[in-house]
Ligand binder design. Sequence first.
Ligand code: UDP
Length: 480
Amino acid sequence: MNHETDAVKVYFFPFLGGGHQIPMIDTARVFAKHGVTSTILTTPSNAAQFQNSITRDQKSNLPIIIYTLTTPENTQLPEIGMSAGPMTDTSVLLEPVKQLLLQHRPDCIVVDMFHRWAGDIIGELKVPMIVFNGNGCFPRCVLENMRKYVVFENLSSDSESFIVPGLPDRVEMTRSQVPSFRRNKSEFTDRMTQIEEKSLGIVINSFYDLEPVYADYIRNELGKKRWLVGPVSLYNSSVEDKKERGKQPTIDEQSCLNWLNSKKSNSVLYISFGSVACLPMKQLKEIAYGLEASDQPFIWVVGKIFNSSKSDDQTCSENWVLDEFEKRMKEMDKGLILRGWAPQLLILEHDAVGGFMTHCGWNSTLEGVCAGVPLITWPLSAEQFINEKLVTDVLRIGVQVGSREWGSWEEERKELVGREKVEFAVKKLMVESEEVEEMRRRVKSIAEKAKRAVEEGGSSYGDIDALIQELKNLQNGKDV
Ligand code: UDP
């Protein structure tokens, strides 16, 4: 570790929600391991979700603390916990952040891009700012070139495909796969662009060998400074840290691991759609029937269920289908259904897990890659359809289930993925074949590279030290 960095103070201001908060906390922790004094700014309810891991770090003498932001009385503090969406307005935190920055000037503040209002105030106070964008280099480049070059109104329909211009690979998309707020000019995207323009650069949870041409593209073609510091999930080395990442698991991890211990290597499919996705019961039924027909062992984390305006009778009978399915799978020792928060890192790295059906959230994608398991891609929202292209077309480490339509997690999805598609994708990935063997070899080789990236001498390790050095130069009044 670089012991000359003791004096560098960095504030980390994560977004108030799972998919962005989790990697930012890990980033703050790894910077502390590199000698930076890390302070995490968050609300009391969000602090509770990762307090234990920070306490463990403090016991190991790492220079890291949590600063809880309190808002003036009678102000509605967003109690949005793990379900914050990118559109959630967090500007109520503006005043406490401003006061903090006025009192204690850090050498730098790392801000999640979803705090899109924060750029103005931090700029005014002249505190050096770095943006954390929550996804990788590939989606960053695709989104940028789509914003610059694609005229969505010129497409005849949502299903007409277009090529995203100017990229190293041929990336073909349809309008239906693009987030609705990216299809037209919107204040939301403008603000995120502005905050980045005001920053020193971007911290990215990725590693060079995963997407080298896109890491270079960001620097050389988009002209942005970027530091690739991940995969940050790999900095969780203890079972405790892995188990409690993001939230306290609501599942007894030991019984889950015991079940996995009874299964053959690479035989189990892990299924999860991340921290915010909300699928309707009729979609869950299709998954259940598809899984049963595929006859492959599985662990399925059933997340939040979309509550439509159906009558109670109908909802009850649908719940019953899932309950019956769960009972049957348990009796046959075929599958586990987990309800609540699962210890994803522990499950994924278990030797019995041989595939991951994922919604392609950036973290889950990286975590699957780091565990060396091929993926079944089932994108739903955010930039997940772009991540799917990286997985299946560029890296060739996964198969698509056939999800075609982007949807916001607050709305009921129009499209259902039918049971036969589920069965087909599961069999394709979990029944051994030369094609799957190839995928497995490729993903395992990327996983090895990921581990090397975060070790001393690795690319991400080096990027962290390089960023710290830049901040020291800034501190000393040198140009960076
Ligand atoms: N996660 C977890 N247990 C769960 C669900 C999610 O640990 O039951 C973690 C997962 O490991 C990942 C994050 O939550 O780090 C989800 O982030 P991702 O970018 O994949 O998706 P999002 O939740 O933002 O849609």
